[in-house]
Ligand binder design. Structure first.
Ligand code: IMP
Length: 195
């Protein structure tokens, strides 16, 4: 039987990506528990926030938990929106609102607009705590292209690619993405624990 693991996220896009990596686990996620109280992510770093989510969910479900916190850092904006990526355009904003605001802020800067996605993933099972980082470098482009993925994917072209992340199939995104890198490394670390 597959081992159960709980992914502390409500984000269906992230859940799909990470389930592709944890295929040998039975992965549950917060999207299946709409009554779970909102977790306040008030940390100053990606790791702080990922840890807050993992510990909150472990407390409730008592099974091994994985969590992540991720975001986009744009060089010309001194690393913004960073840990504030999800709510960049304000509370309850849409992905489109965030993309529009970012493009507006970059209007007066010369191209290219170098940027990186970052992801910190963590694991907590009540005893062991593990963490892994992943980065994906690229540029922000002016027009929104593609219908896959989520968040800033339509305006982000990974380095060496002619397509945005939203134009790539999920498997392709996972191979190169910050989240893919981070969770693949985390999974190796988890496997070592159980040996
Ligand atoms: P989190 O759920 O607090 O980690 O928020 C991450 C936010 O960063 C998301 O809501 C997106 O706006 C952005 N983000 C993180 N990873 C990605 C990605 O793979 N593609 C596009 N946007 C992302």
């Amino acid at each position: 039987m597959k081992k159960r693991i709980f992914f502390a996220t409500n984000n269906k896009g992230k859940y799909k990506e990470v389930s592709e990596i944890f295929t040998d686990y039975d992965v549950d996620y917060l999207g299946n528990y709409p009554d779970f109280p909102e977790i306040i992510e008030d940390g100053e770093t990606y790791e702080d926030n990922a840890k807050i989510k993992a510990f909150a969910v472990y407390k409730k479900f008592n099974i091994p938990v994985i969590a992540d916190d991720s975001g986009l850092g744009v060089e010309q904006l001194d690393g913004r929106p960073g840990v504030y990526s999800a709510r960049y355009a304000g509370e309850n904003c849409t992905y489109d609102d965030n993309n529009n605001l970012l493009l507006k802020e970059l209007q007066n800067f010369p191209i290219p607009h170098p940027a990186s996605f970052f992801c910190c993933s963590v694991y907590y099972d009540g005893k062991n705590y593990l963490t892994a980082m992943g980065e994906l470098k690229g540029v922000i482009i002016k027009e929104k292209l593609g219908g896959n993925g989520f968040g800033y994917d339509p305006i982000f072209k990974p380095m060496g690619y002619n397509n945005t992340l939203a134009e790539l199939p999920l498997e392709e995104k996972n191979k190169i993405s910050h989240r893919g890198k981070s969770f693949r490394e985390l999974k190796l670390m988890i496997k070592k624990l159980s040996n």
